[in-house]
Write a protein that binds this ligand. Structure first.
Ligand SMILES: Nc1ncnc2c1ncn2[C@@H]1O[C@H](COP(=O)(O)OP(=O)(O)OP(=O)(O)O)[C@@H](O)[C@H]1O
Ligand SMILES: [Mg+2]
Length: 304
């Protein structure tokens, strides 16, 4: 079993197109079914273009502040401006001053473009969402799922605290970083879930990503191998088929695909001790696909 749902932060990452968004949505659905209060997020702007994550929940975009998307599931974008605003409120007690400052085009330009400030806003926005309290005094959300950008950009975010603390070892930004860092480095609070495909290249890339994440002290939850085609053959059957099936035969492509996926998975298990979860390739789309993947994730990590 892997503890897919017990940590406060789930960073869903991996290279482009492997299924990060699908898995993020399915994790949200599965966690909500387990009774968790879920917030699902992605980087972006509230009035940006439509996003696939929002579409899964029947919207064009996600709002800047959490709104209900489905039973037990709220959603919002991680928006640098929200983070900057929240941060300034902690250092400037007069909110009118903060509003005026945020309204200044020059300051906004600086915050949007200066190296690391964009990430700092995103980081601080997640932090404030994690610290939101329900009326009962406990956290408003048991789990915040982040549909992370593809690999390289993910590392830009996870490496932020170290970069900023090197630049500004003391002061209010350093203090904010120190308060937020545990949410991204403690394995009981955070897990990066690296989504990949059962193919040689994506697997190699996912292992490189894991190395990068470990270099930033990001706890690795596990590797989610997505779109695994079920292998209908026993090893004996496979061995018997291999010499007789040649290109052009009906089913050859699929047979080779299955064999290569099996080999790639074996190779992955040999190269890393990180736990893996297989998610099947399913002949489904939209909510049916999400629900079916949610079910398979619950089986893999539902009790933890
Ligand atoms: N297990 C699966 N079975 C069948 N189809 C899948 C599965 N997982 C994902 N897909 C499909 O693959 C496509 C890409 O998935 P998705 O958008 O989640 O990937 P992504 O990693 O978020 O991509 P991007 O890098 O563009 O953000 C989608 O059309 C999705 O429906
Ligand atoms: Mg996506």
């Amino acid at each position: 079993m892997v503890d897919l749902f017990s940590r406060r932060v789930a960073l869903v990452t991996g290279k482009g197109g492997v299924g990060r968004t699908t898995v993020s949505a399915a994790m949200a659905v599965a966690a909500a079914k387990l009774g968790k209060r879920v917030l699902v997020t992605e980087l972006g702007e509230p009035d940006g273009d439509y996003t696939p994550l929002a579409r899964i929940f029947g919207r064009d975009t996600l709002p800047a502040d959490p709104e209900r998307l489905a039973p037990g599931i709220d959603g919002c974008v991680l928006w640098p401006r929200r983070g900057h605003e929240a941060f300034f409120r902690t250092v400037i007690p007069v909110s009118a001053v903060v509003s005026a400052a945020m309204g200044s085009g020059a300051l906004r330009k600086l915050l949007d473009t200066a190296p690391s400030f964009r990430e700092m806003g995103i980081f601080y926005h997640i932090f404030t969402l994690l610290e939101l309290e329900a009326s009962t005094g406990r956290p408003k959300y048991d789990i915040v799922i982040v549909d992370m950008p593809a690999s390289g950009h993910t590392l830009g975010l996870t490496g932020l605290p170290e970069r900023l603390l090197a630049l500004m070892p003391t002061g209010p930004i350093a203090e904010a970083m120190h308060r937020g860092i545990p949410y991204f480095t403690r394995p009981d609070l955070c897990g990066a879930w690296v989504v990949t495909l059962p193919e040689v290249l994506p697997i190699t890339e996912s292992l490189e990503l894991i190395e990068g994440l470990e270099g930033h002290d990001t706890p690795i939850g596990g590797i989610l191998v997505n779109r695994v085609i079920e292998d209908p053959f026993t090893p004996e059957e496979r061995a018997a088929l291999e010499p007789v099936l040649t290109p052009g035969h009906y089913g050859y492509e699929r047979f080779v695909g299955v064999v290569q996926a099996t080999e790639a998975l074996a190779d992955l298990r040999e190269r890393t001790a990180v736990k893996t979860v297989e998610i099947p390739e399913l002949p489904l789309t939209s909510t049916d696909l999400i629900d079916a993947i949610a079910e398979s994730l619950t089986k893999a990590g539902g009790d933890a």
